[in-house]
Design a binder for this molecule. Structure first.
Ligand code: NAD
Length: 283
């Protein structure tokens, strides 16, 4: 047996095509969805991420603006920029590229983004709606994870989902979305003892850690859906948490790195932006 590869690149292209269709409809009504990126400093990975998100905006007909602030920007200056964008009616979504330099207060900065423009779903109001099961903007990587699970065609109801990682931007929201999809959910993290005891029980295994080779085939339940959200670099190559060679013969479905959660995260960002612009128009 060899796992079916969950092609995130192909699914992301389909999502972007659908998004372009929705953008065209909005443009007929005189509305162009707008997404603002706020980038602080020159962190090479952040610069690359913002560039690829800008390119996705171009593909989807979304107007994007990038506010590139210097590394030594003050908290006040950053907040002033965020408030300006918050007041700009042409900006539907705002994304503060993380991480920001250590002298800045990330939580305070995110709180300056109005919840209805928080396209990343990181604002505590949106995080709260996820916990309460109320409508709100959901974080992009967890949304991408859920769409990859859906692509497998596996019914989520009653399944045991094990999520490795408990961050506020990937692990926790992914676990809550799986709970919302009627899974029984276990969250594992750096202090979990005997990780493989849990992973071997998973019908759906999501790994969001960033440690190459953390998950090997012997830790995976035969036939499981394995979603690899991790990103690590080995010898200059981008890899995930899952050791593909040993896992592919065991898992039923596997999302690759690269080409799985990465492109899906960007596509979900486009979807979130357009959904905000549509909601804005409907008001
Ligand atoms: P993070 O560092 O905030 O969280 C990592 C989590 O892994 C923590 O909760 C920690 O408890 C857990 N962990 C660490 N070592 C562990 C171990 N040995 N066993 C079990 N759990 C362990 O990172 P994050 O922001 O949540 O991102 C997680 C991964 O997902 C990273 O590799 C990141 O690059 C990647 N990521 C990918 C995308 C994408 O677009 N594909 C988006 C966001 C994050």
């Amino acid at each position: 047996m060899s796992a079916i590869i969950l092609d995130g690149k192909k699914l992301a292209a389909k999502l972007e095509e659908e998004t372009l269709g929705r953008v065209m409809q909005l443009k007929e009504k005189g509305i162009t969805p707008g997404l603002a990126f706020i980038l602080v400093g020159e962190d090479p990975a952040s610069v690359v991420y913002v560039r690829s998100k800008n390119k996705a905006c171009e593909r989807c007909g979304i107007r994007s603006v990038t506010c590139h602030l210097p590394e030594d920007v003050t908290q006040e200056e950053l907040e002033e920029t965020l408030h300006k964008l918050a007041d700009d009616p042409e900006v539907h979504g705002m994304l503060l590229q993380l991480p920001i330099p250590a002298h800045l207060d990330e939580a305070r900065a995110i709180a300056c983004i109005p919840p209805h423009k928080d396209v990343d779903g990181f604002h505590h109001v949106n995080a709260g709606t996820l916990v309460n099961g109320a409508p709100g903007i959901r974080a992009c990587t967890p949304l991408g994870i859920m769409d990859l699970v859906k692509l497998s065609g596996v019914e989520t109801r009653g399944k045991h989902a094990v999520v490795i990682g408990r961050s506020a931007i990937v692990g926790k929201p992914a676990a809550l979305l799986l709970l919302e999809a009627d899974c029984t959910v276990t969250i594992c993290h750096s202090k979990t003892k005997d990780l493989s005891f849990y992973t071997r029980q998973a019908d759906i295994l999501v790994s969001a850690v960033g440690k190459a080779g953390l998950i090997t085939g012997d830790m995976v339940k035969p036939g499981a859906v394995v979603i690899d959200a991790g990103i690590a670099r080995v010898d200059g190559k981008v890899v995930g948490d899952v050791d593909r060679a040993s896992t592919e013969p065991v898992a039923g479905w596997l999302s690759p790195v690269p080409g799985g959660c990465g492109p899906m995260t960007i596509a979900e960002l486009m979807v979130n932006t357009v959904s905000i612009a549509e909601a804005d128009y409907a008001e």
